[in-house]
Design a protein around this ligand. Structure first.
Ligand code: ADP
Length: 151
């Protein structure tokens, strides 16, 4: 016996997959850091999306590679522009929860045409970032289906 479940269980397995089972560590920057430092951070931590927080660590925005590239095209001093000027800001940030079905978060990534969602906890004063869900995590989940099932 291969240890794989028969093919008919695959939809059940898929429905049981939660964001928290596949999420990655979030990389966050403060909203007053410069675009220059955000670019450095992106290379250092090898991520494509940075989450932006205020001084109380509540989510205020998102920075993608192209947000930073766009700003770099202008003739501006990147070390003097704070990221809150160029980020996609709340309430326009799309997020998810760790106990949510993965398939639901995957729909959100595709519908909004974005690469990553912050995984958050809701608090009275705002959202705390506890994880990062990317298209890579969805691809990994997709592969895990083929490992646990006879296809
Ligand atoms: P890139 O811009 O590098 O292709 P994305 O496709 O993820 O990366 O981002 C496209 C745009 O959507 C960017 O302006 C970015 O700020 C914004 N964005 C990225 N992630 C989110 C999110 N979770 N919620 C809202 N906007 C987002």
């Amino acid at each position: 016996y291969s240890g794989k479940k028969p093919g008919q269980d695959i939809s059940e397995t898929m429905n049981n997959m939660k964001v928290g089972d596949f999420q990655s560590i979030p990389v966050v920057v403060r909203e007053d850091v410069s675009v220059y430092d955000a670019i450095s951070q992106m290379f250092l931590d090898d991520v494509g999306t940075l989450f932006v927080v205020d001084k109380k660590s509540f989510l205020t925005g998102v920075l993608s590679r192209k947000d930073l590239l766009r700003t770099s095209l202008g003739n501006q001093d990147l070390s003097t522009i704070p990221v809150h000027i160029i980020m996609t800001r709340m309430p326009n940030v799309t997020f998810c929860f760790k106990n949510e079905p993965l398939i639901q978060a995957a729909h959100r990534l595709i519908n909004q045409q974005i690469d990553a969602l912050p995984v958050v906890i809701e608090q009275p004063e705002g959202l705390k970032v506890i994880g990062r869900l990317t298209k890579t995590n969805i691809t990994r989940a997709f592969l895990s289906l083929s490992e646990s099932h006879e296809l």
